[in-house]
Ligand binder design. Structure first.
Ligand code: PLP
Length: 445
């Protein structure tokens, strides 16, 4: 690190509190300052090139220098840089984006609502679900089911639905009545000899038993990422979602698909819901919606959710929820152009093909003594590191091995992400075959 006074690194240490950082260690270690991006690559302020094998944070589908998005933003900035969507106000880009998203939905959806981050979209989903239960006179129907290893954001409600310990410790979170199920990770959670099918059946039974024990009339919704991302890229058994949905339908429990990572191509189809045959009542989207060139997020709700909300807003006089930047015109214009690029270039098809190539490359590392499991679907993959394959254990301190390998990969010019000891590889959707091969070669180095 450059520790000269007034270097860019020293100023970062002096003035910037980073998200998700050991703030004390950062005082010594300092930042990695990224200066520019191009395609799947980013370059630090010393000119070193890295493959951005996380697409930022699963975000930058179209790569790091897509001029069409710059143009879309500039044109909209010049025409109408801001307007809001409260009360009856609207504008062209938000109307067009609403129509576009509803048209893309894998199951019939009624309305789109706009927010600025995945966490805000999750909060909004939760609030709309509670609002709906009250609208229906089901005042008890408020409990939410999530899974262990879930990540649904960091606002107070989002963090409550998230199951990762770091998001809870020392934060005094207050949302009650969150029920946590086993994560659908066969390799880690299955009983000895249990097939994927049997495992999925057991998890559906766990869900049903929990609902019955709590009282189905008290359970409002199940939130789930089609493939859990930040929890370590947990790829569920093929029949898991079908079995879960059967239970939810039986007890009139809403299903929220958190597509913040999976949406817009990541799993090799347009939505994780398509990959797994999920029929959600609410879909939450962000990240690749705008390739994160600007902060964007949205929800879609179906008619079953919309109708009671509409009635309740009429009874109260307003739906008292929304953000100053809900449906921001520049964000909407960028999102629309981004979706156009994803469709025109068939980046979803590319994610499927390149994902297979990447997984083949990662599977070739399976015999390495530190590799416990290789898993993935589409362009979301992970290599789980262990020091003992039989016990599936890593070093004494969870995450220590992941941190070591992460640092090594950074040296080798690969930006990955260690989720405890699972290394995630989820590059931009534009990645080419040669670039996948280069990534795999760098992992071997
Ligand atoms: N939901 C999922 C599945 C996510 O992966 C994330 C972020 O990574 C969020 C919600 C929260 O999104 P944000 O960080 O934009 O608040």
């Amino acid at each position: 690190m450059n520790d000269k006074p007034n270097s860019i690194e020293a100023r970062d240490i002096a003035y910037h509190l980073h998200p998700y950082t050991n703030a004390k260690k950062h005082l010594e270690a300092g930042p990695l300052v990224i200066d520019r991006g191009e395609g799947i690559y980013v370059y630090d302020n010393n000119g070193k090139q890295y493959i951005e094998a996380m697409a930022g944070l699963w975000s930058v589908g179209v790569g790091f220098n897509e001029k069409r998005l710059v143009k879309a933003a500039t044109q909209q900035m010049e025409k109408l840089p801001y307007y809001h969507t409260f009360t009856h106000k609207s504008h062209g880009p938000v109307i067009e984006l609403s129509e576009k998203l509803i048209g893309m939905a894998p199951v019939p959806m009624s309305k789109a609502f706009f927010t600025n981050s995945g966490s805000e979209a999750i909060d909004t989903a939760l609030k709309l679900i509670w609002y709906r239960s009250n609208a229906l006179g089901k005042h008890e129907k408020k409990k939410i089911i999530v899974r262990n290893r879930a990540y649904h954001g960091v606002t107070i409600a989002g963090a409550c639905l998230t199951s990762l310990p770091a998001n809870h410790k020392s934060f005094d979170l207050i949302v009650p009545n969150v029920l946590r199920m086993t994560a659908p990770h066969h390799w880690r959670e299955a009983m000895p000899g249990e097939s994927e099918e049997e495992f999925a059946t057991r998890l559906a039974k766990e869900l049903e038993d929990t609902i019955l024990a709590e009282g189905p009339e008290t359970v409002a919704a199940f939130f789930g990422e089609p493939v859990q991302g930040a929890g370590g890229v947990v790829v569920p058994p093929a029949t898991y979602w079908q079995k879960v949905q059967e239970v939810l339908r039986k007890y009139d429990i809403l299903l929220v698909a958190d597509e913040v990572i999976c949406g817009f191509g990541r799993t090799g189809t347009m939505f994780g819901s398509i990959t797994y045959g999920i029929e959600p009542d609410i879909m939450v989207m962000s990240k690749q919606l705008s390739s994160s060139y600007l902060p964007a997020s949205a929800l879609m709700i179906n008619e079953k959710v919309f109708q009671p909300i509409m009635e309740e807003s009429d009874r109260i006089g307003t739906l008292g929820h929304g953000y100053t930047a809900s449906g921001h015109p520049v964000v909407a214009a960028v999102a629309l152009e981004n979706l156009k690029i994803i469709e025109e270039r068939d980046l979803v098809g590319n994610a499927a093909a390149m994902g297979k190539r990447l997984l083949d490359g990662l599977n070739a590392l399976a015999d390495h003594p530190l590799v416990g499991e290789v898993r993935g679907v589409g362009l979301i993959a992970a290599v789980e590191l262990v020091t003992d394959k039989a016990s599936k254990k890593a070093l004494e301190t969870p995450g220590a091995l992941g941190a070591l390998v992460n640092a090594h990969l950074q040296e080798a010019g690969v930006i990955s992400r260690a989720m405890t000891d699972a290394m995630a590889f989820c590059p931009p959707l534009i990645i080419t075959a040669a670039e996948v091969d280069d990534l795999v070669a760098r992992l071997k180095s």
